[in-house]
Design a protein around this ligand. Structure first.
Ligand code: PLP
Length: 391
């Protein structure tokens, strides 16, 4: 039995994935396979470090000393062969907050910010909420998966009011780990057109099926010079509740611009436990991650096989990274509310409606694979029963 087979009852832990079921789905009984966190216990080394800190009963203001930055440096070096200096790193309480801070740091109201739908919904929100203009460069669906529309990217970024590009790498929800070649071409376009890049790499550690993540900023000195990278241990080690992330940029001008925002809102204090958890995760939990990845792959394979056998018209591809699957139900020819209704009320599943990732996601659902295999099996069985009753 794998450690990831264990079922934890998350009721009563204030988990959003469970608590908001009624509000989001109108049904508090759906199997929650939506919010991107995992139903797995955090790594033992993280639990131990937190317990040790908890044993001391004072919880006043704390700082993040050298070991915090050393843990990040060592992690990105070991995982991505990226040499990062401590002065390039700035703490922040979350990657979505980073996106919002960057929008304010690098654009003025009315400026354009490029996003590539279908994409994680806050990519639209952080632009609109601060009165900037969302400029869409939709991904292209090809036989072999999603690719960037580089020609269109060149066109939209050549407009002088487009100042910023929010890259999602790996890309949620389609699971692409952008290749060095794609990233180079994309980076060259942004360089030529004077566009700063915020590279959200929060899913970078969760590469699957032999794929390798290369941080955008490692592609060339010039691309690094226009890039702020956002990373965190939150997705990788299931620590999202600790609100601990960081930004990296070798360009002091860019880093200072976002740092000013962090300081302006006094977000730099952070969270005592988040720093402890990050260090224990990065320094002592690599083995846990290496066990997690094949478990996720096996859940994903299960879904791929299930669809092939029982509903081959529903298309899905193995994600190159992330524990999220992007399922294409367009062949069923249901409209958005019919598909949602089917999932929630017939199949009893709480999935993310694809349309929340942009209109390109109409007819799709996003399913979270980071649950014990028995939960995934139960979900598939409920899906099959509902499907058979639809025929
Ligand atoms: C691409 C992406 N960025 C950011 C986040 C959330 O980051 P944070 O919780 O650090 O704000 C998520 C969570 O699903 C995500 O998928």
């Amino acid at each position: 039995m794998s450690q990831f087979d264990e079922i934890y009852n998350r009721e009563g832990t204030r988990a959003i994935k469970l608590e908001y079921r009624d509000k989001v789905f109108g049904n508090s009984d759906v199997i929650p396979l939506w919010v991107a966190d995992m139903d797995f216990a955090a790594p033992p080394a993280v639990l131990k470090a937190l317990q040790q800190r908890m044993a001391h009963p004072l919880f006043g203001y704390t700082n993040r000393p050298k070991p915090f930055f050393e843990a990040i440096q060592s992690w990105v070096k070991r995982r991505f062969n990226w040499d990062v200096e401590q002065s390039w790193i700035e703490f922040s309480p979350g990657v979505v907050p980073n996106l919002g801070l960057a929008v304010q740091a690098f654009t003025n109201p009315g400026d354009g910010v490029v996003v590539q739908p279908p994409v994680y919904p806050p990519f639209f929100g952080v632009v609109k909420d601060f009165g900037r203009k969302v400029v869409e460069n939709p991904l292209i669906e090809t036989e072999s998966g999603y690719v960037m529309d580089l020609e269109h990217l060149d066109k939209v970024t050549s407009s002088p009011d487009v100042k910023l590009f929010l890259l999602c790498h790996p890309h949620n929800p389609v699971g692409r780990v952008w290749s060095p070649d794609e990233l180079l071409k994309m980076g060259e376009i942004c360089l030529k057109n004077g566009v700063t890049i915020i590279s959200d790499e929060i899913h970078c550690d969760l590469t699957l099926f032999g794929h390798q993540h290369q941080p955008l900023a490692t592609l060339s000195h010039d691309i690094a010079n226009i890039t702020v990278t956002c990373m965190a241990p939150s997705k990788t080690f299931n620590l999202a509740g600790f609100s601990t992330s960081y930004m990296i940029s070798s360009n002091p001008e860019l880093l200072n611009a976002v740092r000013q925002q962090v300081m302006g809102y006094h977000l730099h204090m952070g969270n005592t436990f988040g720093a402890v958890a990050l260090e224990a995760a990065y320094n002592d939990s690599e083995d846990w991650l290496e066990e997690l990845k094949p478990y996720l792959e096996s859940n994903i394979n299960l879904v791929i096989q299930f669809l092939k056998t029982h509903m081959p018209e529903v298309k899905a591809r193995k994600p190159e990274a992330t524990y999220l699957m992007w399922l294409d139900f367009r062949a069923w020819k249901l409209n958005s509310s019919e598909l949602k209704n089917f999932m929630v009320h017939k199949a009893g599943l709480g999935l993310n409606d694809g349309v929340t990732f942009g209109k390109e996601g109409r007819g799709f659902m996003r399913m979270n694979m980071a649950s014990p295999q028995s939960v995934i099996e139960k979900s598939l069985s409920q899906l099959l029963t509902a499907y058979e009753s639809m025929k």
